[in-house]
Design a protein around this ligand. Sequence first.
Ligand code: PMP
Length: 403
Amino acid sequence: MFENVPRAPEDSVFRIGRMFTECEDPLKVSCGIGAYRDNDGKPLVMDAVSEAKKRLHENPGWIHEYLPLGGHASFLKGAQKLALGDELYAEKSAEGKVGSLQTLSGTGALYVAGKMYSKFSPVKKALISNPTWGNHNAIFTNCGLEVSKYRYIDESCTSTPKLDLSGFLEDLEAADEGTLVLLQACAHNPTGVDPSQEEWMKVIEICVRKKLVVLLDNAYQGFATGDVEVDGFAIREFVKAGADIFVACSFAKNMGLYGERIGALHVVTNDKESCLDAVSQMKIISRTTYSNPPQFGALIADTILSDDKVYGVWKEQLAVMSERIKSMRGLLRGYLEAETGTDWSHITKQIGMFSYTGLTKEQCIHCREKGSLFMLETGRVSMAGLNEGNVERVAKVMAASIK
Ligand code: PMP
């Protein structure tokens, strides 16, 4: 059997991570994988997570039983409230028009949404942004969908990436009714380029009018602006506009629970029965894929979301983390402009964990081989890998690669 299996290529993000680990240069910098690092370059366990773990340890009113198929009920309520905001949550949950499945982080939520769509939509076409997180294409192809891309970044200025709004809107207009459209709710990966609130309203108008099936990928709520309410804007406006939507949520980044694989897939519908129908089918998909979700991350996230004090601690630290990333953008831009004498304002206009620097593949390889700076070969830098101790050197390495 196995003699006939061809070797698959290594995942591009994890490949860069492996090369970083293998590099022996003491000055090496990891800007590949999207995981938060503090100003000393160390991974961070958030204070709210430590507090939640302490409480769970001291008062284990829980045991290692299976969770129900749908997941941890109280966690799911908290996750709905976070995504929708207090008011819409109160309205939609009272009407039975929001339902959820606990998922294996954001990736699991996207997979279940893709499967739901492929099982129950006759259209079977997905639209994703060009560029987007590499796994979107793979997940939807895996779900049997025909995947194509909408314009997102202006091709006329690739060294200073910005939104191609008219191309984006034209491609949405041209999509067939019933097409699945994946939109990143905030902190677009890999570009860091988000539509403004005014631009979002144009996107929403077209998606609703053209009856597109909207899937909001909500992997970074709180990481874009530091405020979970502001970052929830697009989700909430879609709901207010009356769209039936999927929202795929991850708590990997905003709670730093990467390895716990904690996420949720929400559906917001226009009637109660279809909400119950959708959730019943989502449970079938999880049952036949991995049975039911893991418990520990749900317990931590639930403690944070359901206790006012811990929630406050969490929100405050999220703002500090997002502020640290913003300050790194300012420093990187300043050093790059000093080194090159050209405009790097796109670095500070972009938002969230990633920056699309505009560096070419050759320049990224140059950075890695000559300067031990590890970034994706698409020019994406994880800003979280920068700190006061390495940002000047990173700018010098980047500048040297384009000379
Ligand atoms: N969507 C986007 C845009 C992402 O960047 C990521 C993580 N890199 C995910 C979804 C899923 O992440 P996870 O499965 O770790 O929650």
